[in-house]
Design a protein around this ligand. Sequence first.
Ligand code: ATP
Length: 612
Amino acid sequence: MLKDLIEPFRHKGEVVQEVLEKEPQVNKKVEKAKDWQGTLRQIWSYLAREKGRLWLVLLMVVLSSVCGLLGPFMIGRAIDNYIITRDNSGLLRLLAGLLGVYVLNSASLWFQNYWMIGIAQNTVFSMRTQLFRHLHRLPIPFFDKRQYGEIMSRVINDIENVSSTLNSSVIQIISSVLTLFGTIGFMLWLSPLLTAITLVIVPVMFFGMRWITKRTGKLFKMQQRNLGELNGYIEETISGQRIVKAFSQEDRVIAELLEKNDKLKESGFWAQTYSGFIPKLMNVLNNISFALIAGAGGLLALKGVVTIGTIVIFAEYSRQFTRPLNDLSNQFNTLLSAVAGAERVFEILDEEEEARDEEGNKELGEVRGEIEFVDVSFSYEEGGNTVSHISFHAAPGETVALVGPTGAGKTTVINLLSRFYDTDGGSILLDGREIKSIKREALRAQMGFVLQDPFLFEGTIMENIRYGRLDARDEEVVKAAKEANAHSFITKLPNGYDTAIEQDGSGISQGQKQLLSIARAILANPVILVLDEATSSIDTITEMKIQEALQRLMKGKTSFIIAHRLNTIQKADQILVLKDGGILERGSHQQLLKEKGFYSELYHSQLQKEIG
Ligand SMILES: Nc1ncnc2c1ncn2[C@@H]1O[C@H](COP(=O)(O)OP(=O)(O)OP(=O)(O)O)[C@@H](O)[C@H]1O
């Protein structure tokens, strides 16, 4: 019968066991995170900022624990001293005292809770703020390696986990420890013999708990990690749902989700199942302890060694004594799950921030926009060579087009120019100065980007354009929109410039988005401009509008165009043809055509396609 009941879970249980055994080798991150004492110390460093309130909480916890101990003791005394002797007035006095103890107990419980919530909220507030600030200071390679949803899961779920634990567990743990020691102390004072009988169950309890918590700790960690993975996957597939639909991948996506969901369900199931053993075990031990006290106490009372009142006190204390142990183990589980969450938060906080701009890095003064790459090499992975030995010069106001097959390194060149990544070799100069000696912010403030898929924020059109220069007046925004050929479509919208844009920019067309991003760049008026082939997949009229707006935008600015369609870059001062991370050919459109090399071949094949 039992075998049948267990059977459906047997296979999964084995899988979990296998994972538990393998876990230290499979996940280095978890291995590193195993130092939970270190994590607790880190949590403490946040809590320590609230020392004053923590002392108050401690005081209240001591008070409530003492009250909890006094209650049964007074009841026992009432039996021995007043009920058996029929001393009515004495009994009334004691009951009044008991009432006072209960009121004090409730008040101290309320205050400890009130102050602890404050502490927990403040702690989580600083953790969340620090994490968010830190995330924005992490270098781009950090984000390359992770799913956004997984990061979100850490910022939201894991922090929430820490919060709820701090809210309840800290008080519980301190109060349990105090009650435990207080109870044992009182019991020893009343009757060492009965105390010894009560404590018989402790070794069983200890080893039982150890067996359980060893498993639950790992399982909770696994649960958090699986939740992170699932969130990451959901975020990725929902934000990329157009692609999913376009490639009819719905079934595969759902199947993969099921797999991840199943992993989460399974780790959750076992984590809860194992931790669920704890109260059951406690209950059984509690009953055994109660029976022992009643039996042994009865015998001792018959022999006149202990009083009836003492047995009542012990019966009550035996419960009070297992309750904190029970609470402690329960809280230990919650604490383990919060530590698992906190570890994941601290893992991000421990990541190194984007290298601080070296001391002495200055703000930029007047910038002309002269750019020079001198023998620049770089690789995303150690030992590779994404781009190698690239050299070129762009005079202020010149237009440089980067062309070449996919993966040739065009975007990488721009990433290096923007210092999203730093070069491995060679140097990049702006107006003759190494860009590494310029503050990143100052450098990027000189740059404007019009990307293939322009990013619009939730807000009005006015706010979205103003993102280019936050102090721009309304008239300046409108002027920029006019120059970007965006004004006419904006004014046709029901709310004009106050039209709200949805978070993902849906509601307006791709071409209109690009016009808005051009307006944004016009308003920002940067010295260096990066255009990432803004005209693909757009109708001819909008494309003409965009081209015209871009010409206006580029005027007087050093511009880099990442181009896929060669007819848009014929006027560029310089075309760099990249292949396999190196510059294969360079020159103007006419010069390159005359060379009859890779560019000329590419151009003619594109022309053929357009005609044909
Ligand atoms: N973050 C990254 N981490 C590791 N490798 C990368 C990263 N970004 C790009 N790469 C690799 O570097 C090489 C150059 O990529 P890059 O994006 O610069 O090419 P591209 O010429 O701009 O290509 P496309 O025209 O397709 O945008 C490619 O092989 C690409 O796979």
